[in-house]
Design a protein around this ligand. Structure first.
Ligand SMILES: [Ca+2]
Ligand SMILES: [Ca+2]
Length: 178
């Protein structure tokens, strides 16, 4: 008995994940099995995460975006993603509720994690997102958002308008265009 075996998912984490994601116990257990196969150490490194993204975006440069996404899900700031952080990430990017997605978008944009979003951070994320878009797709974008800077300007003025200059209130906006 005891909890020396690392292969079982603790009841505590399971209950916690069921509550915060609405995934079923079965689903979570299955993901845990897969996670353990792919990731015997139980932790995903930034490099492994980049590789996952590179597989999804083979024709573009996904590295900087992957780095930002990784940061936004590494909630305990230890430089790796554990199973719990991974499942929350999965939930957020697939079936998550809008409010949860906005919370995530906020932490994605808050590059230095100080609780505020500034324009430099918005520009940085827009640049990372742009690198995901293949070149030929970029040329089809509307004139007012066909560069990372234009996109950042647009997004920034949207935040400003919404929040009356209160840049720390972006959690309350209902559409971040990302
Ligand atoms: Ca972590
Ligand atoms: Ca910040």
């Amino acid at each position: 008995m005891g909890n020396t075996t690392s292969s079982a998912l603790s009841k505590e984490i399971l209950e916690d994940l069921k509550l915060s994601t609405k995934f079923t116990e079965n689903e979570i257990s299955q993901w845990y099995e897969n996670f353990q196969k792919q990731c015997p150490t139980g932790r995903i490194s930034p490099e492994e995460f980049e590789q996952i993204y590179t597989r999804f975006f083979p024709d573009s440069d996904a590295k900087s975006y992957a780095r930002h996404v990784f940061r936004s899900f590494d909630t305990n700031d230890d430089g790796t993603l554990d199973f719990k952080e991974y499942i929350i990430a999965l939930h957020m990017t697939s079936t998550g509720k809008t409010t949860r997605k906005l919370e995530w978008a906020f932490s994605l944009f808050d590059v230095d994690k100080n609780g505020y979003i500034n324009k430099t951070e918005v520009t940085e994320i827009c640049q990372a997102i742009f690198k995901l878009i293949p070149k030929e797709e970029q040329s089809k974008l509307p004139e007012d958002e066909n560069t990372p800077e234009k996109r950042a300007n647009k997004l920034w003025s949207y935040f400003e308008k919404k929040d009356n200059g209160e840049e720390n209130n972006t959690r309350n906006t209902h559409d971040t265009h990302v």
